[in-house]
Design a protein around this ligand. Sequence first.
Ligand code: BTN
Length: 260
Amino acid sequence: MIDQEAIVQTLSTNHFGKKVFSFDSIDSTNTFAKNVERIIAPHGTVVIAEEQTAGRGRLQRNWRSTKGENLLFTVILYPEFDMEKIVLLPFVGSLAVVDAIETVTGLTATCKWPNDVLINSKKICGMLLESSSGSAGIERIVLGIGVNVNQIEFSEELVGKASSLRIESGNNVDRIRLLQSILEALELRYHQLSSFPPVQILNDWKMKALLFGKKILVLEHECSFTATAIDVAEDGSLIIETGEGEKRNLFAGDVSLAYE
Ligand code: BTN
């Protein structure tokens, strides 16, 4: 089991990761994070597990991960900023993971809209953000992060699409060190979003994205079509141009993308 003491001891954050719920096996760290009482789970609390029996991905997909080899965790956030910034939290998450991967492994990582992290065009990390609201609007966001760290075998349908830090670097990666680095980067990026104009985080994210000007395959509900990725709007939607020259905004809840 990931040792809570080992995480906290040498962690240089103020809030993120200072409280940790660590499990050997759980259904989903996001589900636990959504339901745990606020009084025992302050801002920045981490829920982490070696294995998930019902790990969830975007668009009702599953998230599978070999036990004990990767990072499966959720950070609990109580944002004190408004919706204009809350919609940019996926960009905060993916930038933080890119920052940490580059610091710990020296590999170059890139962002894929809305919140994947890729190395050599293969998916290394995915995120699932979920919110719960009360009378005052959004009260809690859970940011679930799955990073393929030391896994070396993937199921047939993922071969060529997913990879791990171990495969890409040729070395085993210390999961605690990577987790600490992600939490440190996340706290800095979260502060950047809360304290500066939202365009800052978006511009940093765009510099790490390879998407613009590229042909993409958009899978929207049951239909798929090709388009060119143009930009990301201030509300976090992806601006595309279809083959007919029509500009459209895509929202993360509806679509998945593949590079052509
Ligand atoms: C995706 O790319 O589809 C998102 C994957 C998110 C997986 C993580 S693993 C930790 C957290 N708990 C979950 O059930 N899902 C997220």
